[in-house]
Design a protein around this ligand. Structure first.
Ligand code: ADP
Length: 178
């Protein structure tokens, strides 16, 4: 097997907490203490173990919270995964280009998953919910960043899209290979 291939990219329509993968990525906020959207679903379904691990991170390495664009791993509680990787997407701004921070979320999450030895990873469409990022641009950044990374031993990157609109935007970008 080539060591320089980018991972296979798959699109799935559904709820990320239903996925069976090594890593589930959480679109967290910097407090790491829970929120709405994907974050709320992960903590609800994964149970209190994930929140306890997040509180420990706040009490140690991330006293001021996890900075935007960075990623950190915890256990996955009752989810069908080995780890949850929490990453903080940027809030969309029409006055300021924050694309590099959004790309960083995908890149840092992938690198961390690779360090952990993950073969499969599921991402939501980071920042496209409460944080207001337009879905077409969010999809472009997600797919491009993942295709540009070499992340052995990660073999499969799954984008788990909640609605038909998100799925269609990712499908279009993927058909153009970013
Ligand atoms: P952010 O704060 O980074 O915008 P959100 O969780 O609000 O994160 O939303 C990110 C994207 O994930 C949105 O497109 C939203 O529709 C979608 N989403 C929300 N809940 C889930 C879920 N359980 N599984 C997959 N995607 C979800």
């Amino acid at each position: 097997m080539s060591t320089s291939a980018s991972p296979a990219v798959r699109l799935v329509r559904g709820d990320i907490t239903d996925q069976s993968v090594d890593v589930i990525v959480n679109a967290a906020n910097s407090s790491l203490l829970g929120g709405g959207g994907v974050d709320g679903a992960i903590h609800r379904r994964g149970g209190p173990e994930i929140l306890a691990a997040c509180r420990e991170l706040r009490a140690s390495r991330y006293g001021k919270g996890l900075p935007t664009g960075q990623a950190v791993a915890t256990s996955a509680g009752r989810l069908d995964a080995r780890w949850v990787v929490h990453t903080v997407g940027p809030v969309f701004s029409s006055a300021q280009d924050r694309s590099a921070l959004l790309a960083s979320c995908y890149r840092e999450s992938l690198r961390l998953a690779a360090e952990l030895g993950a073969k499969t990873i599921a991402f939501p469409a980071i920042s496209t919910g409460i944080y207001g990022w337009p879905m077409d641009d969010g999809a472009r950044i997600a797919v491009r960043t993942v295709l540009a990374e070499t992340v052995e031993p990660v073999e499969e990157v799954r984008f788990v899209l909640f609605g038909a609109h998100a799925y269609a935007e990712f499908e279009e970008v993927l058909a153009m290979r970013g």
